[in-house]
Design a protein around this ligand. Sequence first.
Ligand SMILES: Cc1cc2nc3c(=O)[nH]c(=O)nc-3n(C[C@H](O)[C@H](O)[C@H](O)COP(=O)(O)OP(=O)(O)OC[C@H]3O[C@@H](n4cnc5c(N)ncnc54)[C@H](O)[C@@H]3O)c2cc1C
Length: 450
Amino acid sequence: MSKKVVIVGAGVAGINAATKLVDERFDGQITIIDMGLDPYRRPAADVMRGFLGAGGWSDGKLTYHTSIGGQLSKYCGEEKAMELFDQVIDNFKRFHPKPEEVQCSNPIAEPDFIKPYFGLRLFPVWHVGTDYLHEIGKNWYDYLVDNGVEFHWETKVGDIDFDNQEVYCGLGDSRDLTFNYDTLIFGVGKSGIDFGKQLAEKYELPTEPKSVQIGVRFEAPQKHFQKLIDVSYDFKLYRKYDDKGISLRSFCTNNNAAYVAAEHTYGDISYNGHAKKDEAYRNDMTNFGILMEIKGIDKPFDWSRQAVEKLQHEGVGMFYSPSHRVPSKTSEGEYVETHVVNSMDPLWDAIGEYASYIHDFIDDMETVFPTLGKDWGIYMPEVKYLSPEPLVDYDTLALVDFNNVHFVGDALSARGITVSGAQGTYVAEWILQCMEDEKEYPDFHEHDIA
Ligand SMILES: Cc1cc2nc3c(=O)[nH]c(=O)nc-3n(C[C@H](O)[C@H](O)[C@H](O)COP(=O)(O)OP(=O)(O)OC[C@H]3O[C@@H](n4cnc5c(N)ncnc54)[C@H](O)[C@@H]3O)c2cc1C
């Protein structure tokens, strides 16, 4: 019986899982372990760790479409996926100090002026606002603590024994702290991606085939894109080269008070972006990723890692602007950590001919947005490491070889807040269902998945 649920990672997925269990009066102990800090102590510089994980300092854009933000409907179908999204969005609203300010933008028509060059994927987005995430975090955290959830902060999980159902924490190889579990929810996000890989190798977990997702973070004054932003705040321009297994899309657009953020993954720097809601932060900039998906690359994870490494110079990534724009400042007033280069050549060196697709994408944006000209800059690289994705049972998100170990969020196949949270909720529903079945049929073995 699932009396002890241990959640590794207090990120979006783990917190939504715990919330569902608490809301439904789960009759057992919930323990959450995280290497970061609670929302009262978490510093702004800690972008990826602590309560709500990367979602805690994100742009707070909750996408509301099953083709955005990673995989969910492949596990549970479209209808269920949307219902799970609703639960996640409701959680953000319910702990929001001003829920009435959570707004949904829902563009409906694809404008003619982009049609010859790009497709535009239109989907609703709920805007929570980065500035409110901190307050949401505190209210949410208090709710969970008040309902008996046990948190362990500044505690890094170093190893997990799936056979003996034990989680080990501590520095280096030491195992200072051990937790036993009946059910484990593994939601370490991108900051824990190497840990997930370590476990995948240790247990030789079967994985799903994945593609490469790499590109640049593009930045320009917002005025050049305003015509499109008026139609869709988080616009998704895309194009596909089906015969070559390549597609490109603009990714995670930030406007008004838009900042580029350096992400530290595997000791390298790549780039992402976020936006502030508070007018005091307004800089009238727009930034978005130009992400290229490449199918059919052998060992896509290793390939991406090598490309990212080639785009590092003295411990930082690279910035190029044809108009000699300087790199922007972060919302904390520091220059974005980057090395300025005078051409896109490093991108060609890193990913070869694939760079031409990004080049063409930017060229065509110059045509479609005539005032843009050369008034732009790119931070190299932006990357989404999609591998390894362990193979899971689609009904439970449990590892096929360990049916009480559930992978969720970016550690599985998510790439955004709504999908990550929804995967956590989906697993919690499974745990609750098992407990119900146990009550109804005492001989039922909850993890007896065929
Ligand atoms: C700057 C930025 C902006 C973003 N903006 C958006 C946005 O606007 N909309 C959107 O949908 N998505 C956005 N994202 C992505 C989104 O935040 C993630 O997809 C989401 O948070 C993933 O949730 P998760 O629970 O899987 O992991 P996370 O939220 O990243 O949480 C993982 C947690 O695990 C902990 N952890 C990792 N390893 C260990 C370990 N070994 N031991 C203990 N704890 C560990 C970490 O401390 C962290 O708290 C953004 C990401 C970044 C970095």
